[in-house]
Design a protein around this ligand. Structure first.
Ligand code: GLV
Ligand code: MN
Length: 231
Protein backbone atom coordinates (compact mmCIF):
# COMPACT_ATOMS: atom_id res chain seq x y z
CA UNK A 1 0.00 0.00 0.00
CA UNK A 2 2.74 2.43 1.09
CA UNK A 3 4.72 1.40 -1.99
CA UNK A 4 1.86 2.11 -4.39
CA UNK A 5 1.29 5.51 -2.72
CA UNK A 6 4.95 6.37 -3.27
CA UNK A 7 4.67 5.21 -6.87
CA UNK A 8 1.58 7.36 -7.46
CA UNK A 9 3.29 10.38 -5.89
CA UNK A 10 6.36 9.76 -8.09
CA UNK A 11 4.28 9.48 -11.28
CA UNK A 12 2.31 12.59 -10.33
CA UNK A 13 5.52 14.57 -9.76
CA UNK A 14 6.99 13.35 -13.07
CA UNK A 15 3.86 14.26 -15.04
CA UNK A 16 3.74 17.79 -13.74
CA UNK A 17 7.43 18.57 -13.49
CA UNK A 18 8.71 16.88 -16.65
CA UNK A 19 7.72 19.60 -19.15
CA UNK A 20 9.47 22.32 -17.15
CA UNK A 21 12.55 20.14 -16.60
CA UNK A 22 12.83 19.23 -20.30
CA UNK A 23 12.49 22.78 -21.62
CA UNK A 24 15.85 24.50 -22.03
CA UNK A 25 14.45 28.03 -21.71
CA UNK A 26 11.12 29.11 -20.17
CA UNK A 27 8.16 29.29 -22.57
CA UNK A 28 7.19 32.69 -24.01
CA UNK A 29 4.02 34.32 -22.68
CA UNK A 30 3.46 36.55 -25.73
CA UNK A 31 4.23 36.54 -29.48
CA UNK A 32 7.28 38.80 -29.25
CA UNK A 33 9.48 40.19 -26.54
CA UNK A 34 12.31 41.94 -28.36
CA UNK A 35 15.16 42.20 -25.87
CA UNK A 36 15.84 45.58 -24.37
CA UNK A 37 19.61 45.00 -24.19
CA UNK A 38 20.19 48.34 -22.44
CA UNK A 39 17.68 47.82 -19.67
CA UNK A 40 19.00 48.09 -16.15
CA UNK A 41 16.32 45.75 -14.87
CA UNK A 42 17.88 42.39 -13.99
CA UNK A 43 15.63 39.45 -14.94
CA UNK A 44 16.05 35.93 -16.31
CA UNK A 45 16.56 36.96 -19.97
CA UNK A 46 15.80 40.56 -20.97
CA UNK A 47 12.77 42.82 -20.50
CA UNK A 48 10.83 43.58 -23.71
CA UNK A 49 11.11 46.69 -25.81
CA UNK A 50 7.50 47.93 -26.33
CA UNK A 51 6.33 46.30 -29.61
CA UNK A 52 5.40 49.77 -30.94
CA UNK A 53 9.09 50.73 -30.67
CA UNK A 54 10.60 47.46 -31.93
CA UNK A 55 10.24 48.26 -35.65
CA UNK A 56 9.57 45.58 -38.29
CA UNK A 57 12.95 43.93 -38.65
CA UNK A 58 13.44 42.17 -35.33
CA UNK A 59 12.51 38.81 -36.91
CA UNK A 60 15.29 39.05 -39.52
CA UNK A 61 19.08 39.11 -39.45
CA UNK A 62 21.79 38.86 -42.09
CA UNK A 63 24.57 38.44 -39.56
CA UNK A 64 25.25 34.83 -40.55
CA UNK A 65 25.37 35.59 -44.30
CA UNK A 66 29.07 36.43 -44.22
CA UNK A 67 31.91 34.06 -43.39
CA UNK A 68 34.05 35.09 -40.43
CA UNK A 69 37.77 35.76 -40.75
CA UNK A 70 39.53 32.46 -40.04
CA UNK A 71 43.01 33.97 -39.67
CA UNK A 72 43.04 33.26 -35.95
CA UNK A 73 45.20 30.96 -33.81
CA UNK A 74 42.37 28.39 -33.88
CA UNK A 75 42.01 28.73 -37.65
CA UNK A 76 38.28 29.30 -37.16
CA UNK A 77 35.76 32.08 -36.62
CA UNK A 78 32.55 31.76 -34.60
CA UNK A 79 29.75 34.17 -35.52
CA UNK A 80 27.14 34.08 -32.78
CA UNK A 81 23.49 34.84 -33.29
CA UNK A 82 22.28 34.64 -29.72
CA UNK A 83 20.01 37.11 -27.98
CA UNK A 84 22.73 39.77 -27.83
CA UNK A 85 23.11 39.73 -31.63
CA UNK A 86 19.45 39.02 -32.44
CA UNK A 87 17.29 40.58 -29.70
CA UNK A 88 14.10 39.18 -31.30
CA UNK A 89 15.09 35.73 -29.95
CA UNK A 90 14.45 36.93 -26.39
CA UNK A 91 12.02 34.46 -24.68
CA UNK A 92 11.89 32.24 -27.83
CA UNK A 93 14.35 29.62 -26.52
CA UNK A 94 16.35 29.50 -29.75
CA UNK A 95 19.58 30.82 -31.31
CA UNK A 96 22.23 30.02 -33.94
CA UNK A 97 25.94 30.17 -34.71
CA UNK A 98 27.92 30.07 -37.92
CA UNK A 99 31.44 28.70 -37.72
CA UNK A 100 33.98 28.98 -40.54
CA UNK A 101 37.20 26.98 -40.63
CA UNK A 102 40.47 27.34 -42.54
CA UNK A 103 42.02 23.99 -43.57
CA UNK A 104 43.27 22.41 -40.34
CA UNK A 105 41.25 24.88 -38.24
CA UNK A 106 39.56 23.82 -35.01
CA UNK A 107 36.69 24.89 -32.81
CA UNK A 108 38.29 24.00 -29.46
CA UNK A 109 36.69 21.60 -26.96
CA UNK A 110 33.80 23.43 -25.32
CA UNK A 111 30.49 22.98 -23.50
CA UNK A 112 27.15 24.83 -23.67
CA UNK A 113 25.74 24.90 -20.15
CA UNK A 114 22.22 25.92 -21.16
CA UNK A 115 21.44 24.20 -24.49
CA UNK A 116 21.62 21.20 -26.74
CA UNK A 117 23.02 21.90 -30.20
CA UNK A 118 22.11 20.59 -33.64
CA UNK A 119 24.26 21.45 -36.62
CA UNK A 120 24.77 21.05 -40.34
CA UNK A 121 28.02 21.21 -42.27
CA UNK A 122 27.42 23.37 -45.36
CA UNK A 123 30.81 23.09 -47.04
CA UNK A 124 33.98 21.05 -46.56
CA UNK A 125 34.49 18.18 -44.14
CA UNK A 126 34.64 18.43 -40.38
CA UNK A 127 35.60 15.87 -37.80
CA UNK A 128 32.95 16.37 -35.12
CA UNK A 129 33.76 14.93 -31.69
CA UNK A 130 31.43 14.57 -28.70
CA UNK A 131 32.66 13.21 -25.38
CA UNK A 132 30.21 11.37 -23.15
CA UNK A 133 30.12 12.08 -19.43
CA UNK A 134 31.88 10.11 -16.66
CA UNK A 135 28.74 7.97 -16.35
CA UNK A 136 29.04 6.88 -19.97
CA UNK A 137 32.76 6.19 -19.67
CA UNK A 138 33.93 9.43 -21.30
CA UNK A 139 33.50 7.77 -24.67
CA UNK A 140 34.50 9.87 -27.68
CA UNK A 141 31.87 9.73 -30.41
CA UNK A 142 33.31 11.15 -33.63
CA UNK A 143 32.70 11.21 -37.33
CA UNK A 144 33.82 13.13 -40.38
CA UNK A 145 30.70 15.07 -41.41
CA UNK A 146 30.56 16.37 -44.98
CA UNK A 147 28.44 19.10 -46.59
CA UNK A 148 24.78 18.34 -45.96
CA UNK A 149 25.52 16.10 -42.98
CA UNK A 150 24.14 16.91 -39.54
CA UNK A 151 25.20 16.26 -35.96
CA UNK A 152 23.72 16.50 -32.49
CA UNK A 153 25.39 17.64 -29.27
CA UNK A 154 23.41 16.87 -26.10
CA UNK A 155 23.32 19.71 -23.59
CA UNK A 156 26.37 19.98 -21.35
CA UNK A 157 28.60 17.52 -23.26
CA UNK A 158 32.07 18.60 -24.35
CA UNK A 159 32.56 18.72 -28.13
CA UNK A 160 34.87 20.04 -30.83
CA UNK A 161 35.15 20.35 -34.61
CA UNK A 162 38.26 20.00 -36.77
CA UNK A 163 38.52 20.78 -40.46
CA UNK A 164 40.14 17.65 -41.86
CA UNK A 165 39.63 18.70 -45.49
CA UNK A 166 41.98 20.54 -47.82
CA UNK A 167 39.46 23.37 -48.37
CA UNK A 168 37.69 25.87 -46.13
CA UNK A 169 34.70 24.47 -44.25
CA UNK A 170 31.57 26.00 -42.69
CA UNK A 171 28.76 24.87 -40.47
CA UNK A 172 25.58 26.34 -39.03
CA UNK A 173 24.30 25.22 -35.64
CA UNK A 174 21.18 25.96 -33.62
CA UNK A 175 20.54 25.84 -29.90
CA UNK A 176 17.41 25.39 -27.82
CA UNK A 177 18.26 28.51 -25.82
CA UNK A 178 18.44 32.21 -26.61
CA UNK A 179 21.66 32.23 -24.61
CA UNK A 180 23.34 28.79 -24.71
CA UNK A 181 26.53 30.06 -23.07
CA UNK A 182 29.96 28.65 -23.83
CA UNK A 183 32.69 27.21 -21.63
CA UNK A 184 35.97 26.78 -23.53
CA UNK A 185 37.60 23.89 -21.70
CA UNK A 186 41.28 24.88 -22.25
CA UNK A 187 40.62 28.48 -21.25
CA UNK A 188 38.60 27.47 -18.20
CA UNK A 189 41.34 25.13 -17.02
CA UNK A 190 44.46 27.20 -17.49
CA UNK A 191 43.22 30.69 -18.40
CA UNK A 192 40.66 31.48 -15.70
CA UNK A 193 40.72 34.82 -13.97
CA UNK A 194 41.99 34.61 -11.26
CA UNK A 195 43.86 31.39 -12.11
CA UNK A 196 43.11 27.98 -10.59
CA UNK A 197 45.96 27.24 -8.11
CA UNK A 198 48.79 25.36 -9.85
CA UNK A 199 48.74 22.66 -7.16
CA UNK A 200 45.13 21.82 -7.99
CA UNK A 201 46.01 21.45 -11.67
CA UNK A 202 49.20 19.41 -11.11
CA UNK A 203 47.19 16.87 -9.13
CA UNK A 204 44.18 16.95 -11.43
CA UNK A 205 46.26 16.59 -14.60
CA UNK A 206 49.03 14.44 -13.03
CA UNK A 207 51.86 16.60 -14.37
CA UNK A 208 54.65 18.74 -12.90
CA UNK A 209 54.10 22.35 -11.91
CA UNK A 210 56.35 23.42 -14.80
CA UNK A 211 53.88 21.93 -17.31
CA UNK A 212 50.98 23.76 -15.68
CA UNK A 213 52.93 27.03 -15.60
CA UNK A 214 53.78 26.65 -19.29
CA UNK A 215 50.12 26.07 -20.17
CA UNK A 216 49.04 28.99 -18.00
CA UNK A 217 51.56 31.28 -19.68
CA UNK A 218 50.06 30.41 -23.10
CA UNK A 219 46.72 31.67 -21.86
CA UNK A 220 47.93 34.66 -19.81
CA UNK A 221 45.76 37.66 -20.55
CA UNK A 222 46.22 39.04 -24.03
CA UNK A 223 48.67 36.36 -25.15
CA UNK A 224 46.10 33.82 -26.35
CA UNK A 225 43.16 34.33 -28.61
CA UNK A 226 39.84 33.52 -26.94
CA UNK A 227 37.21 32.99 -29.64
CA UNK A 228 34.59 35.74 -29.52
CA UNK A 229 31.59 36.91 -31.42
CA UNK A 230 32.62 38.17 -34.83
CA UNK A 231 31.05 41.59 -35.23
C1 GLV B 1 29.87 24.72 -32.27
O1 GLV B 1 29.94 23.68 -31.65
C2 GLV B 1 29.39 25.95 -31.75
O2 GLV B 1 29.01 25.93 -30.58
O3 GLV B 1 29.39 26.98 -32.44
MN1 MN C 1 29.12 24.02 -29.60
Amino acid sequence: MARSKTLTAGLFTMMFLAPSILAADPDPLQDFCVADLDSEVSVNGYPCVPTSEAGDDFLFSSRLATAGNTSTPNGSAVTRLDVQGFPGTNTQGISMNRVDFAPGGINPPHVHPRASEIGMVTRGELLVGIIGSFESGERLYSKVVRAGGTFLIPRGLMHFQYNVGAEEASMFVSFNSQNPGIVFVPVSLVGSNPPIPTLVLTRALRVNASVVELLKSNFASGSYFIPRTVE
